[in-house]
Design a protein around this ligand. Structure first.
Ligand code: TRH
Length: 435
């Protein structure tokens, strides 16, 4: 079913507990928060989300108050999960994210209350996941726990893709005012000029091991002006490296995020002479238009932006022409954005992650060149190759459009599958009715 046309299912509205431990990064809470919201939205379920690290959580959900033991955010009850937890009656549906082990006291109390216990696994496109999906694992407390694998087919639990997502994306994309205001809020006062100048907007969310210098070199060779939007805390050395590697061909506006000049003493202020020398596509700003002048745009503008709330991060992905994403949840959101993206997979021992990457690439309908570029973005030894591939792709007419079409086709096909929250609901209803 299309992720965009979901409606609340009739029938029971169960109580659901989701348990989340923040192991590292933002992916654990990113997935759980999104799942909590989509279960609540689509099923009108009563959802409690147990999280051990509210400080990390707050970055994705700024309304959250980390000092509170319990609070309601967007109708989801957030419980700060600590070692000395007060007792709560277990829910009918318990979702343990990534084998994080709910508290022993809670597990002991589950019989008689819990109808279904799921262990939500990490996303993988590998075919073996279909065989393990929804398999039972009897537990000592007498309640059976089931493995639940998100995935790219209906033989798995599907992807998180909440109701109304396509409509929200479409309506936002049709509003040039929203795009302009969004960019201005992110620290680009000349947003209108950039939008009119056929600027290539690129978002960058990656791990420290990414060949980001190769990316900078490719962007520098772009025939279109480039705005590279980088969330706070991603690659703290980027401004410094951009300044030294691109020999002044980059403009680094000070957005008050501590990027320039503090972390890069040599950083070039906006419209610095060197950047102007590389300027592309002169464009009129609103002020210039009034005065009948034109201001050249720098070749590459590196814009440090705040870490955005989840819904606004979606808007960033919708707006950009090319998104660099990582891990699990931003990867899925990039898929739903229908825009070209490069995925940096979460690194695992023994190169297990490269097998996962390969399994996903086998499903993706893009050109071989795009897939090769995705592999080199994930491979520390292929940096020069990456620069050449990306440069060719950005500067060859029609290439980016073709990539965009592949992404659209992929997203359209996936949206025919059941979403993760739909799969959970159906599995719950079948289990609850059979027991
Ligand atoms: O942060 P990640 O690297 O998370 C990783 C992976 O999930 C990995 O599989 C897991 O094992 C590891 O964590 C522990 O990347 P991911 O999955 O994309 O999660 C980032 C979340 O942050 C996602 O929900 C999107 C959100 N986000 C925002 O809300 N605002 C932002 O500005 C950005 C950049 C991200």
């Amino acid at each position: 079913m299309d992720a965009s046309t979901k409606h609340s299912a009739p029938g029971n509205k169960p109580h659901i507990d989701i348990f989340c431990r923040v192991v590292d990064n933002f992916g654990d809470i990113g997935v759980c928060w999104r799942l909590a919201r989509s279960l609540h939205l689509e099923w009108s379920a009563h959802v409690r989300l147990w999280v051990d690290d509210l400080t990390v959580f707050r970055q994705l959900a700024p309304a959250l108050q980390p000092e509170l033991d319990e609070q309601l955010v967007e109708d989801i009850r957030i419980i700060h999960w600590t070692d000395n937890q007060t007792a709560h009656t277990p829910a009918q549906l318990v979702i343990e994210a990534f084998a994080c082990d709910p508290p022993a006291q809670y597990i002991d109390a589950m019989p008689g209350h819990t109808k279904l216990w799921l262990n939500l696994e990490y996303l993988s496109a590998e075919s073996w996941t279909a065989g393990f999906h929804a398999q039972p694992s009897p537990q000592r407390n007498g309640v059976t726990k089931y493995f639940f694998f998100p995935g790219f087919s209906d033989q798995t639990g599907g992807l998180i893709g909440e109701a109304g997502l396509s409509e929200r994306r479409r309506s936002w994309m049709h509003s040039s005012t929203k795009k302009k205001q969004f960019l201005q809020r992110l620290g680009l006062p000349q947003a209108q000029a950039y939008l009119q100048a056929d600027t290539l907007f690129v978002s960058l969310f990656c791990y420290a091991s990414a060949p980001y210098r190769s990316l900078l070199h490719a962007l520098r060779k772009s025939r279109r002006p480039v705005v590279l939007l980088v969330p706070q805390s991603v690659l703290p050395q980027l401004e410094r490296d951009a300044t030294t590697q691109l020999h002044g061909a980059v403009s680094i506006p000070d957005t008050g995020m501590g990027n320039a000049p503090a972390s890069s003493p040599d950083a070039v202020p906006e419209a610095a002479p060197e950047a102007m020398a590389q300027a592309k596509s002169p464009a009129a700003t609103e002020d210039d238009a009034a005065q009948g002048q034109q201001t050249p745009l720098p070749g590459v503008t590196l814009l440090r932006i705040p870490f955005l709330p989840q819904d606004e991060y979606d808007q960033l992905l919708w707006l950009c022409d090319l998104n660099f994403v990582r891990g699990e949840d931003s990867f899925v959101r990039a898929i739903w954005s229908r825009k070209p993206f490069l995925w940096q997979i979460y690194e695992q021992s023994d190169d297990t992650h490269l097998k996962k990457l390969q399994a996903w690439l086998a499903l993706f309908p893009g050109h071989e060149e795009t897939k090769a570029m995705m592999r080199s973005w994930n491979s520390p030894s292929r940096h020069a190759y990456f620069t050449n591939q990306l440069t060719a792709l950005l500067n060859t007419p029609g290439q980016l459009d073709s990539w965009r079409r592949s992404c659209r086709t992929f997203a359209e096909n996936l949206s025919k599958n059941k979403t993760l929250s739909e799969s959970i609901r159906i599995f719950y209803e079948n289990t609850a009715n059979s027991g």
